[in-house]
Ligand binder design. Structure first.
Ligand SMILES: [Zn+2]
Length: 326
């Protein structure tokens, strides 16, 4: 078919002029930077599900495939790094299921799946693997995250503290990469307004220690004082307490999706059985960058990570443009 000018048109339905379709992301955009598949669910699953259910755009960036993890499903033991070395690929599927349970649809691997490899625990020879995330060039890795920040323009970012919550090299590196990417984004005026780090308040840990003191599966066995735990944070240093108890079942389902990593007999589930929604559905954060918004209680804990930010009804900051033909 030709039009009046004689130009050949491939499709009669195709508009004769350039068409630009503009869609916008939701007003509230949350970016999470995690080290391995399963960290998102264990550490921040309820918060992710909470904001996804509320209509926020939740973007999860996972830095490695978790190739060096232990395998708690006996029939899959042959996938281990020292055997078929297929665990990483398998965990992509576990993560996809977990994200579905959390209602999170925007998930990426830093630099693409397989770009960075699980470094294993600190000091192991796996730290030296050529693709080990621990050895990643910081600016290159941050550059991959910067691309995502440019696209999504999150107002809030969540990652770990400088010790990676508990000292795993990939968690420490995820922290470094996230913070560096935010610095690079700031140069372009695109830095998230707030950056939070995952944390556990001392009072919550002490309550758990008391509860489990006589239990046979006491996860705090050998711990005399909560402050011995690397992630123990004084209550007054906590900035936000996200009550997502309505999502506790989604979090537990997402954790169960990571079956190779979290045995069904894990103390995580026994705590869930004892503390229920309170354990699974409430997550805590310190505020590393940005201005704390209005809060409540003795320490002024925020109940919303977007507290104090002018995000509702703001003009769209991240139009996603797809040009039509020609
Ligand atoms: Zn991890």
């Amino acid at each position: 078919m030709t039009d009046l000018s004689g130009r050949v048109r491939a499709d009669p339905a195709e508009p004769p002029v350039r068409v630009t379709t503009v869609t916008t992301l939701p007003d509230r955009r949350l970016l999470l930077v995690h080290a391995h598949p399963d960290d998102e669910s264990i550490g921040t699953g309820s918060t992710m599900a909470h904001y996804a259910a509320a209509g926020a755009h939740v973007t999860l960036v996972t830095c490695t495939l978790g190739e060096e993890g232990e395998i708690h499903v006996p029939e899959l033991a042959g996938l281990a790094a020292a055997e078929a070395d297929q665990l990483g690929g398998y965990r992509i599927a576990e993560l996809a299921t977990a994200c579905a349970e959390l209602g999170v649809t925007d998930h990426r691997f830093l630099g693409g799946a397989g770009r960075y490899r699980d470094s294993g625990m600190m000091g192991l020879s796996t730290n030296e693997h050529p693709r080990a995330f621990w050895g990643a060039d910081l600016d290159e890795a941050a550059g991959h995250l910067l691309e995502i920040i440019r696209e999504v323009r999150p107002q809030v970012m969540i990652t770990y503290d400088g010790n990676g919550f508990y000292g795993h090299p990939d968690h420490i590196q995820a922290h470094r990469v996230a913070m560096r990417a935010a610095e690079l984004a700031a140069v372009e005026g695109l830095a998230p307004a707030k950056t939070y780090w995952t944390a556990m308040p001392r009072s919550v840990l002490e309550a758990g220690m008391t509860h489990f003191a006589e239990a046979s599966d006491n996860p705090f066995a050998g711990i005399a004082d909560a402050t011995e735990l690397p992630f123990c944070t004084p209550d007054e240093e906590i900035a936000a307490r996200i009550d997502a108890t309505e999502q506790h079942a989604a979090k537990e389902a997402a954790m169960r999706a990571h079956a190779t990593q979290i045995p069904a007999t894990s103390w995580l589930y026994s705590i869930a059985g004892n503390f229920g929604a309170e354990f699974m559905g409430v997550e805590y954060f310190t505020l590393a960058v940005g201005k704390k918004g209005p809060g409540a209680g003795p320490h002024g804990w925020e109940s919303d990570l977007f507290a104090g930010l002018d995000v509702d009804g703001a003009p769209p900051r991240a139009p996603v443009t797809s040009a039509g033909h020609r």
